[in-house]
Design a protein around this ligand. Structure first.
Ligand SMILES: N=c1c2ncn([C@@H]3O[C@H](COP(=O)(O)OP(=O)(O)OP(=O)(O)O)[C@@H](O)[C@H]3O)c2ncn1[C@@H]1O[C@H](COP(=O)(O)O)[C@@H](O)[C@H]1O
Length: 112
């Protein structure tokens, strides 16, 4: 796994309230203290901001905002994974499992 992903996931884990995280000093702890709905709201917002950045980039050519918003979405997705005691490695394992399996073939093989 990317060392950066692993390190950020480890920091996020350390921010859980049961691990001593303090909502007064940590953004992540504050999100954990607010619970599922606050985390899900951020995911929705960041996904929308990424969509808007991509649309804007087609107009003004500024792809830097696409990277910035994608990082926000990935980061908040890491918080969501931690909320469910899941790890980014498990997502990477799922992507690895799918490697070489055509999305079109997989969809066609689904039970109707
Ligand atoms: N990668 C990030 C990261 N990316 C974005 N953010 C924060 O996510 C928040 C939401 O971003 P927005 O642009 O939506 O800002 P906003 O609309 O003002 O936010 P809200 O008031 O709606 O929450 C901002 O406060 C950003 O600073 C992050 N906060 C923390 N991290 C990582 O998490 C670690 C732990 O952070 P703390 O828990 O704050 O110590 C950090 O060291 C970083 O590695």
């Amino acid at each position: 796994m990317s060392q950066t992903l692993a390190r950020v996931a480890q920091t996020i884990e350390s921010r859980k309230l049961e691990n001593g995280g303090d909502p007064a000093t940590s953004y992540v702890s504050r999100l954990f203290s607010k619970g599922d709905d606050a985390i899900l709201k951020k995911i929705g917002e960041e996904a929308t901001e990424l969509v808007m950045a991509a649309k804007d980039a087609r107009v003004d050519g500024d792809v830097s905002k696409v990277l910035y918003e994608c990082a926000d979405l990935w980061f908040h997705s890491l918080v969501l994974l931690a909320q469910f005691d899941l790890s980014p490695q498990q997502v990477l394992d799922e992507l690895a499992r799918r490697e070489g399996l055509s999305g079109l073939a997989e969809k066609a093989a689904r039970p109707s």
